[in-house]
Unconditional design. Structure first.
Length: 472
């Protein structure tokens, strides 16, 4: 992709409205491109259309017209969630038209160095943590993208003395070409989004694009405990800063003494940074971290590595680890009811995220799970469901999860059938879970599935869960 200033007088199609589409359309229009925005939603479902039209931008709603994509189009910027099998995207690729996502446009605009954070789980928590760490270090971060300011808007406002901290999905990264973050971090890789990518090969390749254009002067922060992350090492040209919970590294961020897989002891552990000279800094005790769960220790290690790679003083990081209390819908404490604690982990949209959440609690757990069926069999949950007190299953995957729970030997299993509305189904699931829970138990919404079979987003699912808990 060329710099956005170079599209003056050229035809550009922005596919998909929403925040990213609106901002991209504005950016390219302001620079003289002839922009057409297209969304298959009807006009009455596209409130953003009027704003763009008032600026002189053409907007087409209600479908993809036959002549939308033609040889005269120079660029397509598509909403990350639109699949590459969509007719306009297929046509653009057939004609050799570049197809990118907003990330590529923002990168070409941004004067500040970028930090890109991706992974199957933990992106939002880690991104937020990094922003706070850089702020504590006086480094003027801008947290943007999927959280914070829309990315293109932030890119235009950023200066050279800022740091742009960006959470990135595989959907966004797949549509990049020249994107080169100064610091890139891959947190972990789990089986997810296979309906979009068609298989793990494309999913991993999309994640790996985070590092594709990095040079030796850049840094790749990698989870040394994740075999997929380690397999990427031979293909990465950047300097590698690993982090590990289970291995004392020659150089990197690690926990001492290391966590032993399959155990759950209470040894006093410390997060340690060891640099290339083998000089060490103790950052913080693990038990001082303000978020529960081993997976949040992993997120903390990643955040420390990213902040240090950007130039933050390791001495300031411990205070941020202790003071940060988390992000909504990520293992979020909701309330106590009749002695049981209720947690909202609606962001857990794959099996690994749910397994990690379950491992965070020692108390008996009543699990509420289920949602969009993307083809997974959920068999990887069998080992962790063995310790679950009860399962309340809902959504398209409820029968699969019931089967997995039976194989795991869960004694109490309830399947909540489709009701008059998605909200009513989730409310009934909360009531059923409450009836199963006793004082000292945890009731956990951790679906292991995306929300789109019943809800518009995981945020809506989480909010309805919280309302149901408060209404018990």
């Amino acid at each position: 992709m060329k710099h956005p200033d170079e599209y003056r007088g050229e035809k550009v199609v922005v596919l998909g409205l929403a925040k990213s589409g609106v901002q991209v359309a504005k950016v390219l229009h302001e620079r003289g491109a002839v922009v057409t925005v297209n969304d298959k939603k009807e006009r009455d479902q596209s409130p953003e259309a009027s704003e763009l039209e008032s600026l002189g931008i053409s907007v087409i709603c209600g479908g993809h017209p036959e002549g939308l994509i033609h040889e005269g189009v120079s660029l397509m910027v598509k909403n990350p969630g639109i699949p590459y099998s969509a007719a306009p995207v297929v046509r653009a690729l057939e004609l050799g038209i570049e197809v990118v996502t907003e990330v590529e446009v923002a990168y070409r605009l941004c004067a500040a160095p970028m930090i890109g954070i991706t992974g199957s789980n933990g992106k939002t928590t880690t991104t937020t943590w990094v922003g706070r760490m850089l702020e504590a270090a006086g480094m003027k971060p801008i947290v943007a993208g999927n959280i914070g300011t829309p990315l293109c808007q932030a890119a235009q406002e950023a200066h050279e003395d800022n740091w742009m901290v960006v959470e990135l999905s595989s959907f966004q990264l797949k549509g990049t070409e020249t994107f080169r973050p100064k610091v890139g971090c891959l947190l972990n890789v789990a089986e997810t989004h296979l309906d979009y990518h068609g298989g793990m090969e494309d999913y991993v390749a999309s994640k790996a694009k985070l590092f594709a254009n990095q040079e030796p002067s850049d840094t790749a922060v990698l989870n040394w405990d994740d075999p997929v992350c380690r397999e990427l090492v031979p293909y990465i040209k950047a300097g590698i800063l690993p982090f590990s919970m289970t291995e004392e590294l020659v150089q990197g961020i690690f926990v001492r003494p290391a966590f032993v897989p399959g155990t759950d002891d209470d040894l006093k552990r410390v997060i340690v940074y060891r640099d290339y000279t083998e000089s060490e800094t103790e950052i913080a005790p693990v038990d001082s971290i303000g978020l529960p769960g081993r997976f949040n220790v992993e997120n903390a290690l990643a955040a420390c590595g990213i902040a240090i790679a950007a130039g933050a003083d390791p001495a300031v990081l411990g205070g941020v680890l202790a003071s940060f209390r988390g992000v909504e819908h990520r293992l979020e404490y909701v309330a106590d009811h009749s002695g049981a604690a209720y947690y909202n982990n609606s962001k857990a949209t794959n099996s690994k995220a749910t397994a990690m959440a379950l491992a965070s609690f020692r108390a008996p757990v009543v699990l509420i799970a289920g949602g969009l069926d993307r083809g997974s069999d959920y068999m990887e949950l069998v080992p962790v469901l063995g310790g679950v007190k009860a399962l309340v299953a809902l959504g398209q995957t409820k029968d699969k999860l019931v089967n997995v729970a039976q194989l795991a030997g869960v004694k109490s299993i309830i399947s909540v059938d489709t009701g008059e509305s998605a909200a009513a189904v989730l409310q009934e699931a909360v009531r059923e879970a409450s009836a199963l829970a006793e004082a000292g138990d945890v009731v956990l919404l951790s679906p292991a599935c995306a929300s789109w079979d019943m809800f518009t987003s995981y945020e809506e699912r989480g909010r309805i869960f919280k309302e149901a808990v408060h209404n018990l």
